[in-house]
Design a binder for this molecule. Structure first.
Ligand code: ATP
Ligand code: MG
Length: 258
């Protein structure tokens, strides 16, 4: 059997501030196979963003090991795409340049990737907007640009931190469908952080459930539903999965029945 693409083994994180030591996550062990989409759900402050940043090598871990493709993560990783909660685009650059920003920063040949950028923009319904500036776009459109930006250099790994967090409900549904479609086309290994149990079940192969801080893994559910999964045709099994995950949170005291 081939090794999982990403492995976290007994990972701890304690943030040291001037006055405090904040234990963010404790003894986190999980893996992600190649071409698998794994979601993490957990209450606010349980260390989800911390895990994503540790995988990206942007934050150091204080215990345990993290490997990507068999290599220890001990510095910022370059071979991945990240989508954050807010789009964070450069307002003085147009849409196409924003998508290509990584290519330029990395000194790669822009002409080689321009076609890919245009295709991605088309795929998320933004053809015709290539020369617009970010301030001329809605929040949902900006987030779509940031999705294209994360994918344009064809990284083997996609990290998403609450990519729908700042969007309205309808746009969230649409963009989750965009992400599903792009993921099905490209089959990248992906980690999705979300607060939303239905979004996790809709998109993921497995859902990791975390406890309140210090975040520990309390359960991992395999989601055995055929794709594409659609918001307008969810079946009993979907509700069973979301119900099971809610139950785990209730047992943790995260969701109270009142
Ligand atoms: N740079 C930092 N320095 C000190 N403490 C930090 C730092 N970053 C995060 N923390 C703390 O670590 C804990 C986990 O934070 P993190 O942002 O990972 O949570 P989260 O699960 O992503 O929360 P949310 O769902 O609200 O985004 C929190 O208690 C937070 O205050
Ligand atoms: Mg977070």
């Amino acid at each position: 059997m081939t090794e999982p693409y990403i492995q976290l083994k007994n990972v701890d994180k304690i943030y040291l501030t001037k006055t405090d030591a904040i234990e963010a996550v404790r003894d986190v062990t999980f893996d992600i196979n190649e071409s698998e989409l794994v979601a993490i759900v957990g209450p606010s402050g349980c260390g989800k963003t911390t895990i994503l940043k540790m995988v990206a090598g942007l934050v150091s871990h204080t215990g345990g090991t993290i490997t990507i493709g068999g290599k220890i993560v001990d510095r910022p990783q370059t071979d991945l795409g990240i989508i954050f909660q807010d789009a964070v685009l450069l307002d003085w650059q147009d849409v196409l340049s924003n998508v290509l920003i990584q290519i330029n920063i990395r000194g790669m040949d822009q002409s080689e990737y321009e076609q890919k950028a245009r295709e991605l923009l088309k795929d998320v319904g933004l053809d015709g907007f290539e020369t617009k500036k970010p301030y001329e776009l809605s929040g949902g459109m900006k987030q779509r640009v940031s999705i294209c930006r994360a994918l344009v250099h064809e990284p083997p790994l996609l990290l998403m931190d609450e990519p729908f967090g700042s969007l309205d409900a309808l746009t969230r549904e649409q963009i989750s469908m965009d992400i599903q479609r792009l993921w099905m086309e490209e089959r990248k290994t992906a980690l999705l952080i979300t607060h939303s149990i239905p979004e996790a079940v809709l998109l993921a192969d497995r859902v990791i459930i975390m406890s309140p801080r210090p975040g520990r893994i309390v359960d991992i559910k395999k989601i055995d539903l055929p794709r594409p999964r659609r918001w307008d045709s969810l079946d009993m099994k979907f509700n069973e999965y979301t119900g099971e995950i809610r139950k785990v949170f209730q047992q943790q005291g995260v969701l109270a029945l009142r």
